[in-house]
Ligand binder design. Structure first.
Ligand SMILES: [Zn+2]
Length: 423
């Protein structure tokens, strides 16, 4: 929290990096005293009593603030309150401009735990520094702030963020700059969803993406929610659009997306669909939709891959393509020992970088049989046996329970499924 006049005599607050002068106006301080006060703060922040002090925004004299100091003071106080609540549920943050809750959720998710350092084992390692405040309209400011930690004499930059601050009554409310940053984009309604994109984007890709997303949600049993989809060129652009100008955690990540759900609407800022470098692959979308109901540590990968093969294909191959390739392989097999092929993770892919593992294909066939009446519960049971399987005991026990296939009858039963679905 921003220290106020009543607390000025309190020992803790005299060392706050925000310094108030006698007129209760915020003053800037030079870097030397910042570091001095910062070190003092660090000592005090190690005391558990001080963790309740909350967020402070450090202002150095290197930045030029707008002239209206009363307004700027209110803005910084509000920003500290906004940051104070960043780790709570996004919808409970009383300093979020609720007209923009959906996109601000994405930004808040990136701010959660931003002050903590596991490397330095310090929950208050990174401090918030104001980078710039610029007035955009009578009641609106663009605010940029950074989280920086100091290790000895080496500063470590964790992140740089931009928010829009709107003056409402006696305080400021904050939101992500996403809609401002995309104000020139085209908007199109597709079914229950809204898609935002740049003119050069091929909208049929978004169409296909939303179709697959809805199909997968249906299979998994997730309620079909309206989606607001933004199609960016890469992950760097995704982050910049939502107000994350830089984040240490993401250096080197080229293609990824940011998504969240608030008030029964899903928002996705996708950094793959509009990329020229890689193509949308429904296979990957399967994995990401399943994550909504099953954590990676609970998911048995060969069955997850089997689902992705069956429902989304792989490496640009459709399930029909995979099946045909598998059929050609089966024809070359005399002893048809599927248990061996399964255990050995036999790969029948014949194109560079496009492996097609037989254990995944066998699971796809099992899933096809389990899901033939449209009931996903048994597939989910098989999916949920956990990521770490030191041997196949739990897999075969569960397989026996849901479909009557076990280690002993594996070759015969898989052969039966091959005859039914492949040959
Ligand atoms: Zn996969």
């Amino acid at each position: 929290m921003f220290s106020n006049n009543n607390r000025e005599n309190n020992l803790f607050h005299t060392i706050h990096v925000i310094i108030l002068n006698s007129n209760n106006h915020r003053q800037t301080i030079d870097m030397k005293s910042t570091i001095y006060v910062f070190l003092l703060s660090l000592i005090f922040l190690l005391s558990p009593n001080l963790s309740s002090l909350g967020s402070e925004v450090i202002i150095t004299n290197s930045i030029r603030l707008p002239n209206d100091s009363i307004k700027v003071n209110k803005l910084i106080t509000s920003l500290e309150s906004f940051l104070d609540q960043k780790d709570e549920a996004n919808t409970n943050n009383s300093f979020v401009n609720k007209d923009y809750l959906l996109e601000t959720s994405l930004l808040l998710d990136e701010l959660k735990g931003i002050d903590k350092s596991t490397n330095f084992n310090d929950d208050n390692f990174y401090k918030c520094y104001l980078s710039s405040v610029s007035k955009t309209t009578e009641n609106q400011y663009t605010v940029q702030f950074s989280y920086i930690g100091v290790n000895g004499t080496i500063p470590v930059l964790r992140g740089v963020f931009t928010v829009i601050a709107t003056s409402i009554g006696d305080e400021f409310l904050f939101h992500s700059p996403l809609s401002l940053n995309t104000s020139s984009w085209t908007r199109k309604n597709i079914g229950k969803s809204i898609v935002y994109y740049k003119p050069e984007f091929d909208i049929s890709i978004a169409d296909s993406y939303l179709n697959y997303a809805s199909k997968f949600d249906n299979i998994i049993g997730i309620n079909d929610k309206p989606t607001v989809l933004y199609c960016a060129n890469n992950f760097n652009e995704v982050m910049k659009l939502i107000g994350v100008d830089y984040k240490l955690d993401f250096s080197g990540i080229n293609f990824n997306s940011s998504s969240g759900v608030e008030r029964d609407t899903t928002i996705i800022v996708n950094g793959v669909l509009a990329s020229n470098a890689i193509q949308f692959d429904p296979h990957d979308l399967w994995h990401s939709r399943l994550r909504a109901v099953l954590a990676p540590k609970d998911t048995y990968k060969p069955v997850d891959e089997g689902c992705a093969f069956l429902f989304g294909g792989s490496w640009g191959y459709s399930w029909e393509d995979i099946k045909n390739r598998f059929h050609s392989f089966v024809k070359t097999q005399k002893d048809r020992n599927w248990l061996n092929s399964y255990v050995e993770h036999l790969d029948i892919g014949d194109e560079k970088g496009k492996s097609l593992r037989v254990d995944y294909i066998i699971n796809a066939l099992i899933i096809k049989e389990l899901y033939k009446d449209g009931d996903f519960s048994k597939v989910k049971q098989l999916l949920s046996i956990g990521r770490d399987q030191p041997n196949l005991d739990v897999y075969f026990d569960t397989l026996d329970e849901v479909i009557g296939i076990n280690e002993k009858n594996f070759n015969v039963e898989i052969d039966r499924l091959i005859v039914k679905y492949v040959e």
